[in-house]
Design a protein around this ligand. Structure first.
Ligand code: 5GP
Length: 214
């Protein structure tokens, strides 16, 4: 995949993973709100909406049949089974954003991050967010009070498997202090945007400087 806009900027895909409750969703949403050139990839899922979630905002909530139709139509950039449900990133909006030189943030698990990285290794930036301790992760999951106890226990169990994947990410942030962790995430994004290879407009610009004889 190659994404170079007319302005000569190559959009990047920021893949953010963490166990449930480590703060990834709230940091991701804030980063998107703070950057006009960054879009959130809204995933499709077969799980039921939680209280307060809206179809098309947090997720596209779909039936298992519609999800499988999308798989058959090759409509996903990646998809995976997570917590007994299916989750996938619809391809269309991502391609449109990248082609326009915009960046896309994905809040997805390690399986999805792996699939996208394999397809477009030079266009992805992978960030993993860790909790300061497992006890704190458990406390945050309970404080969220969105899920039943058995669901929380399953998420905690899965957190160990998710955390074990940390070594395949480019950056790792420990979310002990939320504002500090968010600042780290924003710095990573800013620096990655400035990479030479993502800014094709630089070559003609520099040539212009060299041609400008004083
Ligand atoms: P939740 O049900 O708590 O919203 O999300 C459960 C897990 O699924 C989270 O780790 C989240 O990052 C992951 N997830 C959400 N959307 C996608 C997706 O489109 N693809 C993949 N692979 N994982 C996703």
């Amino acid at each position: 995949m190659s994404h170079t806009s007319e302005r000569g900027r190559r959009g990047l895909m920021l893949l953010i993973s963490s166990p449930s409750g480590a703060g990834k969703t709230s940091m991701s949403r804030r980063l998107v709100a703070d950057h006009a050139e960054l879009e959130l990839s809204v995933s499709a899922t077969t799980r039921a909406p939680r209280p307060g979630e809206e179809n098309g905002r947090e997720y596209h909530f779909v039936t298992r049949e519609s999800f499988d139709e999308m798989i058959a139509a090759d409509a996903f950039l990646e998809w995976a089974n997570v917590h007994e449900h299916r989750y996938g990133s619809p391809r269309g909006p991502v391609m449109a954003a990248l082609d326009a030189g915009r960046d896309v943030l994905f809040d997805i698990d390690w399986q999805g991050a792996g699939q996208i990285s394999q397809r477009a290794p030079s266009d992805v930036v992978r960030v993993f967010i860790l909790p300061p301790s497992m006890a704190e992760l458990s406390r945050r999951l309970h404080a969220r009070a969105q899920d039943a106890e058995d669901v929380i226990q399953r998420r905690l169990g899965r957190a160990y498997d998710e955390i074990a994947q940390w070594g395949t990410y480019d950056y790792v942030i420990v979310n002990e202090d939320y504002d500090r962790a968010y600042a780290d995430l924003a710095h990573i994004y800013h620096a990655e945007r400035l990479k030479r290879a993502r800014n094709g407009w630089l070559a003609p610009f520099v040539q212009g400087l060299l041609d400008e004889r004083l």
